[in-house]
Design a binder for this molecule. Structure first.
Ligand SMILES: C[S@@+](CC[C@H](N)C(=O)[O-])C[C@H]1O[C@@H](n2cnc3c(N)ncnc32)[C@H](O)[C@@H]1O
Length: 88
C-alpha cells in the first residue's frame, strides 16, 4: 500500500478503547503533577485504528476531534461510529 512505509496493512488493527487518549485524562494527569493544564479545544489522533477511542471522545468530550488512518477499512469503521456528527 502506498505510504505504508513497512507498516502491516493486511490486517485491521484490533478494536479497543484507550481512555488515556482522552484530553480530560491528560488534564487530570497534569493536575496530579501540579501542572496547570491548558484548555484543550482541538485534538487529533494520528493513526486512529478502528477509531473507537476517537469516536467515544468526540461524542462524550467537549473538544473538536480530528484524525487520520492509513487503512480505508478503518476510515469506514470510524465513519459508521460517528454517523450524525460532523463529517470526517
Ligand atoms: C498501533 S495502531 C494505533 C491505533 C489507535 N490509535 C489506538 O490507540 O487504538 C497504529 C495505527 O496507525 C495507522 N497508521 C500507520 N501508519 C500510518 C500512516 N503513515 N498514516 C496514517 N495512519 C497510519 C495504522 O493503520 C494503525 O491503525
Amino acid at each position: 500500500m502506498s505510504g505504508a512505509d513497512g507498516y502491516v496493512t493486511e490486517l485491521p488493527y484490533t478494536l479497543g478503547y484507550y481512555p488515556e487518549l482522552d484530553p480530560r485524562s491528560v488534564s487530570n494527569t497534569l493536575q496530579v503533577l501540579a501542572v496547570t493544564p491548558p484548555k484543550i479545544e482541538v485534538a487529533c489522533e494520528l493513526g486512529f485504528g478502528q477509531g473507537l477511542s476517537l469516536a467515544i471522545h468526540a461524542v462524550a468530550g467537549d473538544c473538536e476531534w480530528w484524525g487520520n488512518d492509513l487503512l480505508p477499512e478503518h476510515l469506514a469503521t470510524v465513519r459508521e461510529l460517528t454517523q450524525g456528527l460532523a463529517a470526517l
